[in-house]
Design a protein around this ligand. Sequence first.
Ligand code: SF4
Length: 100
Amino acid sequence: MTDIKRRKFVSMMTAGAAVIPVSALVASLPSRADDMPAVDPESAQAQALQYVSESENPEQNCLNCTLYTGAEGEDMGGCPLFPGNAVMAAGWCSAYVPKA
Ligand code: SF4
């Protein structure tokens, strides 16, 4: 095996090793918000992000935030800032980013 082929092989193996844990993590995540417990507004993460389960601003809530992964019509959905938990569609946090 030439040096170039060996380097390419090692590079591909390293990339593959990095992808496997991420795919395993995604596969282990609950598929629906129903499967996830709601974020506890008193948790350290929620407190750090000033998360509230009901937004005080009617124009800003999780449902119209770019990071929200819940389905339209559902009361709760996922948010990457709270892995393993569901945020309320009516909720809000300081990381809010309006959908384009
Ligand atoms: S980033 Fe904040 S506002 Fe946006 S969906 Fe997540 S918790 Fe809601």
